[in-house]
Design a protein around this ligand. Structure first.
Ligand SMILES: Cc1ncc(COP(=O)(O)O)c(C=O)c1O
Ligand SMILES: [Zn+2]
Length: 378
């Protein structure tokens, strides 16, 4: 099976083995491939995301770079008198759901003989790429904003990656990496389409763990949309295979301090407003210029979903509430949870909700201590 990449702007087709991360016209590349699911085979395999390997774009099993990730537990939590099924993707090897994308992307890099990658991140994707490169014996350079949580910086360097701290915003980091990406394989979680082939397993697992049924609605964070677009691709794969008949509605959450997708949606446009956005405690979704913004808007709109925003106080209270219930999540993960009451209140007819814990609290100790202090002073 030859895997092809297609440009979303000019429809140019490339062989995936060319190792490109964008089209010569500058457009985004997406993967064209057939996916297969055998429920018998899937059920016989160990509980990891690789149990769906016939739907994943890696040809040779010996190229799979894995920590047996995935198949994370789902636990019901009550909000507004309704039970919401929360997939606990903070329980991955590196402490965030980004391991899904890193496992497929670095397996693919190994498959095409890449020996050195570069990536930019708000922290968690950098941790995941660095860990999978360590396991694959691939050299790794990670660019992050200089205000990234120290625990994430420690993690990246402990995996043996070279760390580049970039002053300024997340966008300044994204611009700084582009020079390196001219000569080194760009393992980008926003541009590189192989990352989304990993995050799509979130949808497969929810389908299987929910007795092979797609839920009515899923509440997800929206930064670069790696989870939203993964969920979109994954449920569409299941639909094309005739395994589900409707797509779940996707409800996306942004931080009020950095909400370009929410703003575009409310104005019914597909181009993102050029706003001056503010910092937020939800560092992982502080993305002013998501490169796949249009695709995220399309996915949410197509499924009859919506965008919601939460402010930093709501995020901090939601985080505290989860910690008090024993779920130790990081502030960015709490942003999604903070929006749940308003979203389910706005849609009383939907009974079957799913959401996610995206990142572990142990990654943000300093930020959590600062929040603790802030809340006890108020
Ligand atoms: C903990 C956590 N949650 C959510 C996100 C949102 O990312 P995306 O919109 O790309 O899925 C991130 C991204 O870094 C993150 O680190
Ligand atoms: Zn193109």
């Amino acid at each position: 099976m030859e895997i092809q990449l297609i440009c979303s702007e000019c429809n140019q087709i490339y062989s995936a083995s060319d190792g490109l991360w964008r089209c010569s016209c500058g457009g985004l590349l997406d993967i064209e491939m057939d996916t297969h699911f055998s429920i018998d085979l899937i059920q016989k395999r160990p509980p990891s995301m690789w149990r769906y390997k016939e739907a994943l774009p890696i040809q040779q099993d010996n190229n799979i770079i894995s920590f047996s990730e995935g198949f994370t537990p789902i636990i019901p939590i009550e909000f507004e008198g309704k039970s919401v099924m929360i997939k606990q993707d903070h329980l991955f090897q590196t402490g965030s759901y980004k391991d899904r994308g890193a496992s497929v992307l670095i397996s693919f890099a190994k498959e095409i003989g890449v020996t050195h990658v570069v990536e930019d991140s708000s922290g968690n994707a950098g941790c995941a790429i660095a860990a999978y490169c360590a396991r694959a014996n691939i050299n790794c350079d990670i660019y992050v904003p200089s205000n990234t949580s120290p625990a994430k910086l420690a993690q990246i360097t402990q995996y043996g990656a070279n760390l580049y701290l970039i002053p300024g915003s997340r966008e300044d980091t994204a611009h700084a990496v582009l020079n390196a990406a001219k000569t080194t394989y760009y393992a980008s979680h926003s541009w590189n389409p192989f990352f989304f082939q990993g995050t799509k397993t979130f949808a497969y697992e929810i389908w299987e763990q929910n007795n092979w049924i797609a839920p009515e609605a899923i509440i997800l964070p929206a930064g670069n949309g790696t989870l939203i677009l993964g969920v979109w691709i994954g449920f569409n794969d299941l639909m094309k295979a005739g395994l589900i008949s409707t797509l779940p509605r996707i409800f996306a959450v942004q931080s009020k301090n950095c909400a370009p997708l929410y703003a575009a949606h409310k104005h019914s446009v597909s181009t993102l407003p050029e706003g001056k956005w503010l910092p937020t405690v939800a560092e992982g979704i502080a993305i002013a210029e998501p490169v796949r913004g249009e695709q995220i808007l399309q996915a949410v709109r197509f499924t009859n979903g919506d965008f919601f925003i939460v402010d930093d106080d709501q995020i901090q209270f939601a985080m505290l509430d989860m910690h008090r219930k024993g779920f130790y999540i990081e502030p960015t993960a709490a942003a999604t949870i903070a929006a749940i009451p308003e979203i389910i209140h706005a849609h009383p007819k939907i009974d079957h909700w799913f959401s996610v814990f995206t990142g572990h609290g142990l990654k943000s100790t300093e930020k959590i201590l600062a929040i603790q202090k802030h809340l006890s002073n108020n």
